[in-house]
Design a binder for this molecule. Structure first.
Ligand code: SF4
Length: 465
């Protein structure tokens, strides 16, 4: 039953997909105080081997298996001693355990070769982990990472259906089978429309993204892609919930002869025009704008960002759609009731990507109207990636050291946290934050959202704006 072939979507054999190994035990990282796990005596380093006789493959399995009222857990201490723990609990009560990894049977890796792949556009010689291309439906369900559906086995499709793993986040790029196969360099990529129909029949849902490469999948191809996707976007239970349209990001490390070119202001204008026209149509037909333009399109075109209200409930904010608009709206809110003066006087610098510098000017003016406060904004390019216009999150430590050399940094530098790798104090070029701090002449203060930034400017505590 578990390996039953799903209809409509030809399966890959497990071996072809490089699919998971036998699951390793799940290693406990922490135990929530007051939880069942604490009552049972779980400690960090303990290894959960099985739940009711089944080895969990990942966190999703743990959630499902621990949803039973009666549990029999097989656990190994850090010294290898085995224990069997039996317990009864409410079905909706968790164990309160966090694990060191989300996947216990290995990562499903990508089997495509997209010419615009950001991982292939990294410089050589870095940590091996930076070159790992994940394409794992479990991570998509758990964390919202995008996958292509090209490496799923029959068992994976069955599992998505059985465990209702929805919504998933799918990189579409094009719905024309030939074009999608060409963009992903994978003939299996042409199955996408069948796969969307599979989701629709089972009332499972996805969010989609389209990375637009000028000359390849813009123009009529983009029109067809968004129209096809919107065909799955209506009704009470749309199979496609939203689509993000994002510009391709190219770096100087990409291979020569890859047919790609950077997005020009004229390209951005054309995409905005086309997608905004479609948004109006979709609004009338399915009750939502449905296709969302990343903020970068407006900044590249030199246009102001649409008002916050036009992003509905920001369904694709994680994908850069409305994130700058939301930050500006937050910044406006937090700079509304600024004090007339700060004492003692403060001179600070704030570094951002050159692409967003201009849009921050009104908020900067409001901050600098506070007597005694001077904020120096530095909008930097990225020589590291070979890009003049970049968003803040792409700046590396090398860009900061080069761009800020000889600039007036005031008493301290406000550094947006978005420049650091998620969960690490390391920049995208692998330089630790501590090294940047050592090499800059002023202290660095990391800032998160607008609230944090304004608090830092006014000299308040980190979370006290
Ligand atoms: S699917 Fe993603 S990870 Fe794989 S090659 Fe394409 S862009 Fe890179």
């Amino acid at each position: 039953m578990w390996n039953e072939t799903s209809t409509a979507v030809p399966p890959l054999e497990r071996a072809d997909a490089g699919a998971g190994r036998l699951p390793l035990p799940a290693v406990v990282e922490s135990v929530e105080p007051g939880s069942i796990g604490e009552d049972l005596g779980f400690q960090p380093g303990d290894r959960l081997i099985s739940i009711n006789g089944i080895r969990p493959r990942d966190l999703i399995d743990v959630r499902f298996l621990t949803g039973e009222e009666e549990l029999r857990l097989e656990v190994a201490d850090p010294d290898g001693t085995l224990h069997v723990v039996e317990l009864e609990k409410e079905a909706d009560e968790g164990l309160g355990l966090a694990f060191t990894e989300a996947l216990f049977d290995g990562l499903r890796q990508c089997n495509n070769a997209c010419p615009f792949c950001f991982i292939d556009q990294q410089p050589p010689g870095r940590r091996r982990s930076l070159y790992v291309k994940d394409d794992d439906f479990r991570l998509s369900f758990l964390y919202g990472s995008y996958l292509t559906l090209t490496n799923l086995t029959a068992g994976d499709w069955h599992r998505i259906e059985q465990q209702r793993l929805s919504p998933l986040y799918v990189s579409v790029h094009a719905t024309d089978p030939e074009l999608r196969s060409r963009l992903l360099c994978n003939p299996r990529a042409g199955l996408l429309l069948d796969q969307l129909a599979w989701f629709a029949r089972r009332r499972l849902q996805i969010h989609a993204q389209v990375v637009v490469c000028p000359g390849l999948n813009d123009g009529e191809a983009l029109q067809r892609t968004l129209t096809d996707l919107a065909g799955f976007g209506g009704g009470d239970w749309p199979a496609v919930l939203s689509t993000a349209v994002v510009p391709v990001g190219l770096t100087r490390f990409r291979p020569a002869g890859d047919e790609l070119r950077p997005v020009s202001p004229a390209d951005a204008e054309a995409v905005i025009e086309r997608v905004e026209t479609l948004q109006r149509r979709f609004q009338a037909e399915i009750g939502s704008r449905f296709a969302w333009l990343a903020d970068e399109w407006y900044l590249i075109a030199g246009r102001s960002l649409p008002p916050r209200v036009s992003y509905e409930d920001l369904p694709q904010q994680e994908n850069g759609v409305g994130s700058i608009r939301a930050f500006l709206a937050d910044l406006e809110r937090h700079t509304e009731g600024l004090p007339e003066a700060v004492h003692p006087p403060r001179r600070l610098s704030w570094v951002v990507g050159r692409l967003v510098e201009e849009s921050l000017q009104p908020a900067l003016d409001r901050l600098n109207a506070v007597r005694g406060l001077e904020v120096l904004l530095h909008g930097l390019p990225s020589p590291y990636w070979g890009r003049d216009q970049v968003v803040t999150g792409l700046l590396t430590a090398a860009d900061l050291l080069e761009g800020l050399a000889d600039r007036d940094l005031g008493e301290a530098l406000l550094l947006p946290r978005v420049m650091l790798r998620q969960g690490e104090e390391v920049f995208l070029d692998d330089v630790p934050l501590a090294e940047l701090e050592r090499r800059l002449p002023v202290p660095v203060r990391l800032v998160g959202g607008a609230n944090d930034l304004v608090a830092a400017c006014l000299g308040r505590g980190e979370h006290d704006a």
